[in-house]
Write a protein that binds this ligand. Structure first.
Ligand code: DGL
Length: 278
């Protein structure tokens, strides 16, 4: 049976970080109902092999499909980078990732034609952002750097600490001082990981102190706009006029999920339900 507008939107992430993407989506599509699945038992995905990421992402998507969602959003950059093709082949509902929307935004933003991308090791090693950006504009130069320390800093609630400041500074110097690649020309930086928007003010301050004027692109709003377009085109926008609801599923401790959520979300989830995915 074809999906109907009243069905919820399914969104999944390796854990809690995808709430930054859900937040952006709910601002642009407030009348949709959502089921968010955080695979907190198996987070992080960012250091895993492509095969494992595909297996994990497929099992998350299967849980959402079983709950009758009309479309799936992969909020996780790592899962989007490695698993989107597999999910599109496996499931017969639309699957939207975050790589293409963020790449489109960055490609339209840059003036110098030099875009920086930061993300997990697995995201950077996949070269997905390079491929997406160069498909949109082959003349664009992409400078990538994995920043694996950012996720634990955010999850510890240390985004505003001195430690975070030092770590951000170290990574930004590494990215921008790679003069061999003309990285000094970067004028647009993709925050290619669910957790990095939480560090956005700090990244901005560090870059300003380095005299770099760089536009910071995160995938949340770009993905939300693309989802709206996709639902509109397929006549699947929910017609309800009241604010939609969001249900949260996690594969590990629900209380830890809501507690960490409070450390970095404006409107964190109050409750979450545990599901067994194995
Ligand atoms: N959600 C992941 C991403 O956006 C970050 C956390 C992880 O490594 O699983 O890449």
């Amino acid at each position: 049976m074809p999906p109907s507008p009243q069905q919820p939107v399914g969104i999944f992430d390796s854990g809690i970080g995808g709430l930054t993407v859900l937040d952006a989506i709910r601002q642009i599509l407030p009348h949709e109902d959502y089921i968010y699945l955080g695979d907190t038992a198996r987070v992080p995905y960012g250091n895993r092999t492509p095969q494992t990421i595909i297996r994990y992402a497929t099992s998350c998507a299967r849980q959402l499909v079983a709950r009758n969602v009309k479309t799936i959003v992969i909020a996780c950059n790592t899962a989007s980078a490695h698993a989107i093709d597999a999910l599109r082949q496996t499931f017969d509902i639309p699957v939207l990732g975050v790589i293409t929307p963020a790449s489109q935004l960055a490609t339209h933003t840059t003036h110098s034609g030099h875009i920086g991308v930061i993300g997990t090791r697995a995201t950077i090693q996949s070269h997905s952002y390079e491929r997406a950006i160069q498909t949109i504009n082959p003349n664009t130069h992409v400078h990538s750097l994995p920043c694996p320390l950012f996720v634990p800093l955010v999850e510890e609630g240390w985004a505003n600490s001195q430690v975070a400041q030092l770590v951000v500074q170290q990574y930004m110097e590494q990215l921008f001082n790679n003069t061999y690649e003309h990285a000094d020309l970067i004028d647009t930086l993709i925050l290619g990981c669910t957790h990095y928007p939480v560090l956005k003010p700090l990244i901005h301050d560090v870059l300003t102190s380095m005299h770099k004027h760089v536009a910071l692109c995160d995938s949340g709003t770009a993905t939300a706009n693309q989802l709206k377009q996709q639902l509109f085109t397929s006549h699947l926008l929910n017609p309800q006029t009241s604010t939609g609801n969001a249900n949260y599923l996690v594969t590990d401790d629900p209380e830890l999920f809501t507690a960490i959520g409070k450390s970095f979300m404006k409107s964190p989830p109050d409750t979450a339900t545990h599901i067994d995915i194995s």
